[in-house]
Design a protein around this ligand. Structure first.
Ligand code: CTP
Length: 214
């Protein structure tokens, strides 16, 4: 059980504005993060759920913090500390538009908008190196090739404890779908979990988190 344990979950995509009516986003529905928050809640955890604009409704019985951009998500994550564990399921946009316009951009005869990109802060890495680092930090790795190799490298690079790696190639139907097939990468090695409903992945992960924090 996780009774009384405060756990942070990030979920959903982020939206990075181009101008007041346009944004850059990704295909994350928020389904896996929402399922994880629900499973942790069901084990008694006090869940802080920081979510970008997702397609699925947020769980009830958790503290919901709604954000749009990666910068807002970072701020909300830091404001939620301290927590015992953090599960970073959000598909954070890697880049934002540096020269986003205050006014709607108009078509011109001169050609296409001259958008400049700037890298967003890595929220998972920031949390892993934070003075108030949670005891357990879990990230995701969304990959389309060499899933295990990339996820193993990502775990080292980001300094988190566990990575749940999944193949988000369109053919898998995972991103935006109801099922997931994950590999749990830890310091001890790699576990391949069979393809199952996102809710089952969430239940299994929540059990593992409860063991780790016991
Ligand atoms: N993540 C984050 N902040 C970012 C980007 C990603 O916190 N700016 C987190 C995600 O929530 C996820 C993990 O990092 O838990 C991995 O995300 P992923 O998109 O797979 O990795 P990237 O950082 O984009 O790495 P790469 O460009 O090599 O795929």
């Amino acid at each position: 059980m996780l009774t009384g344990k405060r756990i942070l979950v990030t979920s959903g995509p982020t939206h990075e504005p181009i101008d007041p009516v346009r944004y850059i986003a990704n295909r994350s529905s928020g389904a896996q993060g929402t399922a994880i928050a629900t499973a942790l809640r069901d084990l008694g955890a006090e869940v802080v759920f920081v979510t970008g604009p997702a397609q699925v409704p947020a769980p009830v019985g958790v503290k919901v913090v709604r954000v749009e951009t990666a910068l807002q998500m970072l701020e909300a994550v830091e404001a939620a500390l301290p927590v015992e564990a953090a599960i970073m399921a959000a598909a954070v946009a890697d880049w934002r538009v540096a020269n986003a316009s205050d006014q709607k951009m108009k078509k011109t005869a001169q050609g296409f908008p001259d958008l400049h990109f700037i890298e967003n802060p890595d929220i998972l890495r920031t949390l892993s190196q934070h003075a108030q680092r949670p005891r357990l930090v879990v990230g995701f790795a969304a990959e389309t090739e060499n899933v295990i190799d990339h996820a193993t490298a990502k775990r080292a690079r980001k300094g988190c404890d566990w990575i749940l790696a999944n193949d988000v190639s369109p053919a898998t139907g995972i991103m935006g779908g109801a099922e997931n097939a994950v590999h749990l990468v830890t310091a001890e090695g790699v576990e391949d979990w069979p393809r199952m409903a996102k809710s089952e992945v969430a239940d299994r992960l929540a059990q593992r988190i409860a063991q780790a924090l016991a």
